[in-house]
Design a protein around this ligand. Structure first.
Ligand SMILES: Cc1ncc(COP(=O)(O)O)c(C=O)c1O
Length: 550
């Protein structure tokens, strides 16, 4: 009898201990986005099942069941572009070929410009040069003398135009000339850099690093150190650099179990933050406001036309405020990763744009004035790397090249210019300007009758496709043929520098429309009226299954 009571007491105890744990576990899984981007381990398993295959020429031009006449038009357009690229870029193609075998990055980017079944034929025929010679204004010139309007934004570095950065880089190198590679002590300009970064971020302290990835690593480490908790929260699809704690990917090491990837803009994620006691920090990339819960849009993932994007600024600001509140209540660090958005959305970055204050802010890219950099700004308590009461308990973070003299000099030049009235004026009416430009762009596309539109967060744009198609990724090559330079991810990420004047902007719009028209005339947007994005995806799944199981 007593034994029975003891047993049921033990069972009750176990239940009392286990139930809340199970409940928290359930809450956590409810706060995960249902897409594969929200389930890294499942994505990894599925990726292992996906067979590698590619289309032969007939399949390439008729993958959507287009009639032979349309496939023939596509083929004609494809080889016309191929001949054009060969003729325009002999030197660039020669250099690209010479570099490719020894440059793994080039092999990777070349392979992933388009969805993989189409990739071999594209690589063989639509060869593009990766070598450039000079840049000025808003254009870049390749080694064969072809000029392109630059829509790459140098991965986001180029906020104010290349000439601005050339001047900052010159000043940086001039400042470091007398010193050479002396590291560990500082150039005097570092004092002013710190002062100005404190003012711009509204935070107490600064640390210097070499890249955005490093800045994020340091911010997370500091949050873990101060809170004594292990777990970090990031949101589905958000990019924070290539460190594995923040970058789940089928071929990358899985992020450790301490990374929770939760749904962006969702009450269930707030509930997790409110109830768990193991969370050190919440990492937010404000660029996600353009496409919450989705990965950065690259053309290699353009399997159909279901890409969606668009900013609801008020809703995102409200979300950040909710995060701010719950982080304050629970002693969690709110880290705003402004490596991309810093100095671009507003002088004070996303903090100013969305009206929220973070505990730690990471910067990078443009802040180096054209040289590599990462910066963490933070409240004093969050930045402290030692404890007075436990002297051996330190949070070590240094780096050989941190605060490199040339980088500090270029940063100083960048921050000097930020104070100049003509640069300050760029921020006046910035959003209204880019809203107006995006509206004009969409109106021109609609008038041309092409199934393409843009969505944007200020000067960061993404191309959307209006009708179901398997060939939208071809647009990147037509854009190139019309003199528009995109980064290797293609039409998903267009980044304008803020020195684009109306004339150059209009030229880009005209080239873009002409490129889309040509692509349409070549039959790539032919459409079986019954075709839907869903049908495309189902067809792709069946195709993959057939390839896998013969
Ligand atoms: C928001 C964000 N965080 C971090 C990084 C990583 O920066 P880096 O490439 O300098 O390591 C990037 C780079 O694109 C970024 O956009």
């Amino acid at each position: 009898m007593e034994e029975g009571i003891a047993l049921s007491a033990a069972a009750l105890g176990l239940l009392a201990w286990g139930l809340p744990k199970a409940h928290r576990r359930l809450q956590l899984s409810r706060a995960k986005h249902r897409s594969l981007a929200g389930h890294a381990r499942l994505a990894q398993r599925l990726a292992a099942l996906l067979p590698g295959y590619h289309y032969d020429e007939a399949q390439f031009f008729g993958a959507d069941g287009a009639p032979p006449e349309v496939a023939a038009r596509r083929r004609e357009g494809f080889f016309r572009l191929a001949a054009l690229f060969e003729a325009l870029q002999p030197r660039g193609l020669e250099l690209t070929d010479a570099a490719r075998e020894g440059l793994s990055d080039l092999q990777f980017t070349g392979r992933y410009r388009v969805p993989f079944p189409f990739s071999p034929l594209v690589r063989r025929h639509l060869r593009t040069s990766s070598f450039v010679a000079r840049a000025d204004g808003v254009t870049v010139e390749d080694v064969d003398g072809n000029r392109y309007h630059d829509l790459t934004g140098s991965y986001g570095v180029n906020v104010f135009g290349v000439d601005f950065y050339k001047a900052c880089m010159d000043e940086g190198h001039a400042a470091a000339r007398e010193l050479g590679p002396i590291l560990g002590s500082y150039l005097p300009c570092v004092v002013r850099n710190i002062e100005r970064l404190k003012a711009l971020s509204g935070l107490d302290e600064v640390s210097f690093h070499m890249s955005g990835t490093e800045a994020v690593m340091q911010a997370v480490r500091l949050a873990r150190y101060r809170t004594g908790r292990r777990h970090l929260v990031r949101f589905t699809g958000a990019y924070h650099g290539w460190w594995e704690d923040v970058q789940p990917g089928p071929g990358n090491p899985m992020p450790p179990r301490e990374t929770y990837t939760l749904k962006d803009m969702d009450e269930r994620s707030l509930r997790v933050l409110r109830t768990r006691r193991d969370i050190a920090c919440v990492l937010v990339n404000p660029l996600q406001s353009l496409h919450p819960n989705a990965n950065a849009p690259g053309d290699s993932a353009l399997l159909d036309s279901s890409r969606r994007a668009g900013v609801d600024r008020a809703a995102y600001a409200a979300w950040l405020h909710q995060l701010r509140q719950v982080c304050s209540e629970r002693g969690i660090a709110l880290i705003l990763d402004e490596v991309f958005t810093g100095f671009r959305l507003a002088r004070g970055g996303a903090q100013e744009y969305f009206g929220v204050r973070a505990d730690l802010v990471t910067y990078g890219k443009t802040l180096g004035g054209g040289l590599p950099v990462g910066v963490v700004c933070g409240g004093r308590d969050w930045m402290k790397r030692y404890r007075d009461d436990r002297p051996a308990h330190i949070c070590f973070a240094r780096g050989t090249f941190n605060a490199h003299p040339a980088v500090m000099g270029a940063m100083s030049a960048f921050l000097d210019r930020l104070e100049q009235p003509e640069v300050a004026a760029i921020y006046d009416g910035l959003d209204a300007r880019w809203n107006r430009r995006a509206a004009a762009f969409n109106a021109a596309l609609a008038e041309a009758g092409v199934p393409v539109r843009v969505a944007h967060l200020s000067s960061i744009w993404t191309v959307l496709y209006e009708q179901p198609s398997r060939y939208n990724w071809m647009l990147q090559f037509y854009l190139r043929a019309h003199g528009l330079a995109l980064s290797w991810v293609g039409s998903g990420r267009i980044v304008f520098s803020l020195n684009y004047g109306d004339a150059d902007f209009d030229a880009v719009r005209a080239k873009f429309v002409a490129a889309a028209r040509e692509m349409q005339a070549d039959g790539w947007w032919w459409r079986d009226p019954g075709l839907t994005n869903r049908r495309i995806r189902r067809g792709l799944l069946l195709e993959a299954l057939r390839r896998r199981f013969g």
